[in-house]
Design a protein around this ligand. Structure first.
Ligand code: TYM
Length: 323
């Protein structure tokens, strides 16, 4: 199966990104034809620091490698290095009704809180271009990207019915657990890179920071450690994180923690997170010292992606009468 997914380079990667998306990628890379992108052109739709962007892109490539993506098996590349993404985005703009874009939840959220620009509205079309350029069948993402993949699917169908069979119609792959890890300071909101540092556990937080953050994670006034997403979102979120990191079912974790206080559950959770993230910290350090190697991987990745994308583009343009 052809798999495609991406992450924006800005903001620190947190355990939500890992448990919702990257962990799936690692599992998928052995059996499938995978392409993973660092989507720098998406990141500039909100205010950002242009002096930092290139470093953040490189850092995300380091993280992809540190998390366990194997460049022998997968293509890793930077979106802006493959010009076909913006070219296809323009072509797809012409067949996408504005109403579908205005309906996007993320657009509504971002347009409300940040300065609105046309890029923010067209964001999901660029994402559709990312996906459709490579005949992607499966898009492994967190829950917040479901609507965007649905839009990509609509765009593919519309294009195919207007200009003839061209694009593979993609499907999202969203995990049952982990698809929406919540903020630890406000468990009614999803954990987000753009939120405060206290609300998320970064993949590279120090052990002291992890202990501090989990200790002050918002829970409730009940006494038992029980999963109830509606009534007890805080403790349920912590149970989800524990369950995913320990590969144990939530019911098993509940049994294990029976009779324990929130305080001791939190202590155990903090130590588990520290232990599970330790290999990332080590490997990240190692790859950070091998910058030339990481750059080479990105270069080779963009060469491969460019060649796949170029042949798709000539098919698309041909169908649209652009010779
Ligand atoms: P981004 O950079 O916001 O997030 C990267 C991935 O992490 C998932 N995620 C979460 N999963 C669980 N719990 C959370 N709290 C959480 N927060 C984020 C996201 O769902 C995503 O899978 N638009 C995309 C990037 C993109 C893309 C693409 C993805 C651009 N083009 C093509 C797939 C295919 C985004 O902003 O992800």
């Amino acid at each position: 199966m052809r798999i495609f997914s991406g992450i924006q380079p800005t903001g620190e990667l947190h355990i939500g990104n890992y448990l919702g998306a990257v962990k799936q990628w690692i599992d998928l890379q052995n059996e499938n034809d995978c392409i993973f992108c660092i989507v720098d052109l998406h990141a500039i739709t909100v205010p950002y620091d242009q002096r930092e962007l290139a470093d953040l892109v490189l850092e995300k490539a380091v993280i992809y490698l540190a998390a366990g993506l194997d460049p022998e098996k997968v293509i890793i590349f930077v979106q802006s290095q493959v010009k076909a993404h913006t070219e296809l985005c323009w072509l797809l703009n012409t067949i996408t009704p504005l109403g579908e874009l205005y309906r996007m939840t993320q657009y509504k959220e971002k347009a409300r809180s940040k300065n609105e620009n046309a890029g923010l509205l067209n964001y999901p079309i660029l994402m559709a271009a990312d996906i459709l350029l490579y005949d992607t069948e499966i898009v492994p993402v967190g829950e917040d990207q479901r609507q965007h993949v649905e839009l990509a699917r609509n765009i593919a169908r519309r294009f195919n019915s207007t200009f003839g069979e061209t694009f593979t119609v993609p499907k999202e792959k969203i995990l049952k657990e982990g698809a929406r890890i919540m903020s630890i300071t406000d468990p009614k909101k999803k954990m987000s890179k753009s939120d405060s540092k206290e609300s998320a556990i970064s993949l590279f937080d120090s052990p002291e920071n992890i202990r501090k953050k989990i200790k002050s994670a918002v829970t409730d006034t009940y006494k038992t450690i029980k999963y109830d997403k509606e009534k007890r979102p805080g403790i349920s979120n912590l149970l989800t994180i524990y369950s995913l990191l320990s590969n144990t079912k939530i019911e098993e974790v509940e049994k294990e923690m029976k009779g324990k206080s929130y305080k001791s559950f939190k202590e155990e959770l903090a130590e588990l997170i520290i232990k599970e993230l330790e290999p990332f910290r080590k490997k990240r350090k190692e790859f950070l010292s091998r910058e030339v190697y990481v750059r080479e991987i990105l270069k080779q990745g963009s060469e491969k992606a460019n060649s796949l994308a170029a042949s798709k583009m000539s098919e698309v343009k041909g169908k649209m009468g652009i010779k």
